[in-house]
Design a protein around this ligand. Structure first.
Ligand code: ME8
Length: 531
């Protein structure tokens, strides 16, 4: 069985999660669910990055111990992921013993072989990024290049340094021979240019605070939070504790990250692994940045979107169940913004997608078809009948579109995948309108009417299986209404690649609309900006 190991960044616990964190995690979840559907043995990892000055300072501000603080916020992340239907197989916290052991072992190994040495590090440090910058990387007035307006601090301290400089040529060669090691092209070119400009050794320990993994051979230092954090990906895969598991899942297929942390993942991390004699991940994929009104999410500016509150709001405005509203958010984020590009979050655009795509194209297709089956066929799926009219064309569109979805997912092109599924729904809606089973009924041709309803439902069945990674609750409800006895969770990709899988005679169970329309004036405007 093929394996698929996908990760999200482990998030800092300096604050509660927001929609930016949810964006990455939902994307990883959809890929993980799709790969399970495709029959892969999937390992999907997320977690929290709990050490370092950034987390420590917040705990101090709150007047609690760092451990108490990180326990509290890690729990918030866990709860949010459950609410958003995230199907992670593990949740790693860097304060766990299993992880500290691995971080220390890697550090020791690099030290033993001479790749880590004691020196002094001086430079401009941004505590929000937990990273040093050179003078010419800084913004105006010595501010952080990532955190606009934030002043950096000059730090000079005794520190262990890692010989990053030794491995630049190896990395360039690695990226050249593995063209998909970093994707998409923008971040990849940025990484290559950065490595070409010459890598400097980096500080990999801190000695001015103690909230971290102690350097195993020098208790005055803790391991730099980024080295600590990156090793989470091998800890959870069983690096020290479970060699069999590690062989099975490592190297990871994809590290999904936001663009601002691509250098850590695509420069430092592969070099650390390579130096330590461990295989490097197959790909780091950097997606775009989500903004609101063109601005970064920022608590101080009052720009925060809580995905749980937003989902509840959508549920209330539409009358849909909360799980279905969560599905709409999952769908919207991955449909509206091409994955890899930046995009602005916009509620009217979400409402528009909810009504046009989910309520109309998907939900209403089911409602109107099942209503006819109920009324004219005693609630039982009619026989398929011989192919005529637009039948073969619908079948061909559905099967050929279904056949492309996995390739889109392999490229993390979620929008492309959804557009392919929408070709099926678009064709089915057009088919139902064009073939007009109500006309066949009027003309006294109930078999033909039955065949048209069969084909429509069959296209709907295929779309439902394919959509299940995005619309976790809604597709389950749709499947219940279709009445197919085998559970949706037991369906695999081949079930969406054959025509005729819907058993004639199945007793359908029409229910209330899964996506009731959101009635509000705002739906007319569609200002979502993508770039
Ligand atoms: O960087 N748009 O943690 P972090 C898109 N602990 N994605 C966003 C986003 C936004 N506005 N805001 C956050 C760290 N993200 C480190 C990672 S990994 C070994 C250590 C997502 O809490 C995106 O994935 O700052 C980004 O890279 C990540 O959250 C940063 O989370």
């Amino acid at each position: 069985m093929k394996t698929y190991y996908i990760t999200t960044p482990i998030y800092y616990v300096n604050d509660v999660p927001h929609i930016g964190h949810a964006y990455t995690t939902i994307a990883a979840d959809v890929a993980a669910r799709f790969k399970r559907l495709a029959g892969h043995d999937v390992f999907f990892l997320t977690g929290t990055d709990e050490h370092g000055i950034k987390n420590l300072r917040v705990a101090e501000e709150q007047g609690v111990s760092p451990q108490a603080w990180v326990d509290r916020i890690a729990e918030e992340f866990r709860r949010l992921w459950e609410f958003l239907h995230i199907s992670n197989d593990d949740f790693i916290r860097t304060s766990e013993p299993r992880h500290k052991k691995v971080a220390a072992a890697i550090f020791q190994r690099l030290y033993d072989q001479g790749d880590i040495y004691l020196g002094t590090y001086e430079g401009w440090y941004c505590t929000a990024c937990e990273t040093f910058y050179t003078e010419n990387e800084l913004g105006p007035d010595r501010t952080c290049p990532v955190h606009t307006g934030r002043t950096v601090e000059w730090l000079a301290e005794e520190s262990y340094l890692f010989r990053l400089s030794k491995y630049g040529d190896w990395l360039l060669d690695h990226i050249q021979t593995n063209p998909s090691a970093v994707a998409p092209d923008g971040p990849k070119n940025e990484v290559v240019a950065f490595v070409r400009s010459g890598l400097k050794d980096i500080a990999v320990s801190r000695s001015t605070f103690a909230w971290g993994v102690p350097v195993p051979f020098d208790a005055r230092h803790v391991i730099y939070v980024w080295i600590d954090a990156l090793t989470n990906y091998i800890t959870a895969a069983g690096y020290l504790d479970d060699p069999e598991k590690f062989r099975r899942y490592w190297p990871a297929d994809v590290h999904l990250v936001g663009r601002e942390i691509v250098r850590f993942h695509a420069v430092i991390w592969p070099i650390v692994l390579h130096a330590a004699g461990i295989a490097v991940p197959k790909q780091t994929f950097a997606h775009g940045w989500l903004t609101f009104g063109g601005q970064r999410f920022s608590k101080s500016l009052g720009i925060v979107i809580d995905p749980a509150a937003l989902s509840r709001e959508i549920a209330q405005e539409s009358g849909a169940e909360v799980g279905v509203a969560v599905d709409a958010l999952r769908y919207f984020l991955l449909r509206e913004i091409p994955f890899g590009s930046d995009g602005d979050f916009n509620k009217p655009a979400l409402v528009h997608r909810f009504n046009a795509d989910l309520a109309n194209d998907y939900g209403n297709l089911l409602n109107r078809t099942l209503a006819l089956v109920n009324r004219y066929f005693r609630g039982q799926v009619p026989a398929r009948g011989p192919e005529e009219g637009g039948d073969a064309a619908l079948r061909e569109v559905a099967l050929s579109a279904a056949g492309t979805v996995e390739e889109f997912i392999d490229r993390l092109d979620f929008r492309g995948a959804l557009e392919a599924i929408w070709q099926i729904l678009g064709a089915a809606n057009k088919y139902l309108d064009g073939e007009a089973p109500w006309r066949s009924l009027r003309e006294g041709k109930p078999e033909r009417a039955g065949a048209i309803l069969y084909n429509t439902l069959e296209a709907f069945r295929i779309a439902t299986i394919l959509l299940s990674p995005w619309l976790v609750t809604a597709t389950t409800r749709a499947w219940e209404q279709l009445g197919i006895p085998a559970p949706l969770a037991a369906q695999r990709l081949p079930d969406a690649s054959r025509w005729g899988g819907l058993p004639a005679g199945t007793r359908v169970r029409p229910g209330t609309p899964i996506f009731p329309r959101i009635e509000q004036p705002a739906v007319a405007s569609r200002g979502s900006k993508t770039s």
